[in-house]
Write a protein that binds this ligand. Structure first.
Ligand code: HEM
Length: 522
């Protein structure tokens, strides 16, 4: 990592001094307190663990792509292993059988998420639905998501909004074709998902003339980036209170700015409702629905405005980059597999014809498109490490997992397990087609975690409530990109670089910039 300024330099110097001192203190304490007799046999052993170093634990064994590093370690230490990354300990699950134990057989024991990274510094602490403990607040919000906010009838009411945003995406790429410019698909897909969620959530767009929405998008992006950096705090343990890098403070200030703008949009929605400007036939956006619940004296739980603002931050953070990353991977894989690309285009041509754009209602008649999206999510899950917390001591795979342990289900490893998947590292959409010989689950196209080999959206009560929305947006957008354009690589590259980026998420290491060539006239 390059040190770029004096602040960074000071930070690294202080960190180094702390690190060396702590290492020495740890060594001395250990050698003085070493027992002289061998420790008795433990009847309930913890999960197996690689040999650890003082202070840093297993950090030295971890490469920059976390799910891949964990997959490599699991081959040696088994499907359930314990790792210590600096000050934080976690248990990593890496096979479908162990995932089933966690997500199904012992579901209630693993229904909470731990506080991690930035959560202590969030101004919305206590209101975060994504990080909520399994309890009344989480149950209330989840029910609201499934029955109203992200339910299929509510999604259907906004089909026209998604159609408009998809057309804007096609027009924007077409503009690159006409001008002969390369097209940054990373930005295009992120704009699509941001705008779609923003319009469905609070009837504003995140680009063009709408400055409020543009600002919200900017602050959310900053929050996402800083939240990732602040997770390093987990590794520093108690020393994170010193906030050497200043990221915690930057995150707090970005969140306050986000809070101010969303508060303003909230007021506008309230005024509209009070003035009676609200047309009863007009569809309600998510903010209208949440305000209705906020004002409902008979609601099971009293929502606060902080809960509402926090919910929007959660769905932006959980829903935009995840969907955008999956679409980038799908395009990258398709371009590197021209036979699959042409097979998909032929299917769209046959079902949709040459005179109109593929739309959401076509998806059910496009099995190969559905197989392409599923195969993309199998190879490149946007949330490769699903984080849960164990409520009470329990036994899994012959080992004891202690209460309050963080458990990471490495769905990246599960979905590339050679025991269950033929040629697990190959992009082969055909495996998801009926009669392929590779049985996925009850239904060949199942994607909500009912079988425990295919888990892109997690599983059980805590599974992703945005899966249906993500699926319709991704199918329609990738379908349109294949239907309308041929894609050339920049500067003589032969293949799209499909290296994964660093960290927890599974984004591409480099932005996906390609040269589109018009194939279909709209
Ligand atoms: C390709 C796109 C997406 C992927 C791969 C994805 C994946 C996931 C995964 C793996 C989880 C954890 C599930 C578990 O613990 O079992 C999750 C949780 C969640 N996702 Fe998604 N997601 C996507 C899109 C979305 C969208 C579009 C939204 C909302 C608009 C959303 C909202 C959420 C929320 C609120 C949670 C937390 C649920 C809870 O804790 O109860 N996600 N997602």
């Amino acid at each position: 990592m390059a040190i770029t300024n004096a602040g960074d330099m000071l930070y690294y110097l202080v960190f180094l001094i702390w690190f060396i001192t702590a290492l020495l203190v740890h060594y001395f304490m250990k050698s003085y307190s070493k027992p002289h007799h061998s420790t008795p046999q433990i009847s309930n052993p913890p999960p197996p663990s690689p040999p650890a170093l003082p202070i840093i634990g297993h950090l030295h064994l971890i490469g920059k792509v976390l799910p891949k590093s964990f997959q490599t370690l699991a081959r040696r230490y088994g499907p359930l292993m314990q790792l210590r990354l600096g000050a934080s300990t976690c248990v990593v699950a890496s096979t479908a059988d162990v995932a089933k134990e966690i997500f199904k057989n012992q579901e209630l024991n693993f229904c909470s998420r731990p506080e991690f990274g930035s959560s202590e510094y969030f101004i919305y602490r206590g209101s975060r639905f994504v990080l909520a403990q399994y309890g009344d607040y989480w149950r209330f919000m989840k029910k609201l998501c499934m029955t109203r906010l992200l339910s299929v009838p509510q999604l259907n009411k906004f089909a026209d909004v998604r159609e408009e945003e998809k057309i804007k995406l096609v027009e924007s790429v077409m503009k690159c074709c006409i001008q002969g410019d390369p097209c940054d698909l990373t930005t295009e897909f992120t704009t699509l998902t941001n705008n779609t969620i923003c319009r469905m959530a609070m009837s504003t767009r995140c680009s063009g003339k709408d400055n409020e929405a543009e600002e919200i998008k900017g602050w959310i992006r900053t929050c996402l980036q800083l939240a990732g950096k602040v997770s390093v705090g987990d590794i520093l343990g108690p020393l994170k209170i010193f906030d050497f890098s200043g990221n915690d403070n930057k995150l707090k200030s970005a969140l306050l700015k986000y809070d101010r703008i969303v508060e303003k949009v909230l007021k506008e929605h309230e005024e509209k409702a009070v003035k009676g400007n609200f047309d009863p036939n007009q569809r309600k956006d998510l903010m209208d629905i949440l305000l209705e619940v906020y004002n409902d004296p008979s609601a099971e739980l009293k929502l606060t405005k902080k809960d509402i603002k926090s919910f929007f931050l959660d769905i932006f953070m959980a829903g935009t980059d995840t969907s955008s990353a999956a679409m980038q991977w799908a395009m990258g894989e398709l371009i590197n597999h021209p036979t699959a690309f042409m097979k998909l285009r032929d299917e769209i041509n046959t079902v949709v014809g040459p005179n109109r754009l593929v739309k959401e209602s076509d998806i059910q008649n496009l099995p190969y498109l559905r197989a392409v999206i599923r195969e993309t999510l199998r190879l490149h899950p946007s949330a490769p490490l699903i984080i849960r917390e164990c409520a009470e001591d329990c036994k899994i795979n012959g080992s004891i997992v202690k209460a309050k342990t963080r458990v990471l289900v490495n769905v990246y490893a599960v979905m590339r397990d050679p025991e269950f998947w033929a040629h697990p590292d190959e992009f082969m959409p055909e495996r998801f087609l009926e009669g392929s010989g590779e049985r996925i689950g009850e239904h060949q196209m199942e994607f909500k975690g009912q079988n425990f080999r295919f888990l892109p959206f997690g599983s059980g009560r805590r599974g992703c409530p945005g899966a249906s929305l993500a699926m319709v947006v991704m199918h329609a957008a990738v379908g349109a990109m294949v239907q309308c354009f041929d894609w050339k690589l920049k500067g003589g590259d032969e293949k799209v670089d499909l290296s994964p980026g660093p960290g927890f998420a599974s984004e591409m290491a480099h932005p996906l910039v390609l040269c589109p060539v018009k194939h279909m006239q709209l």
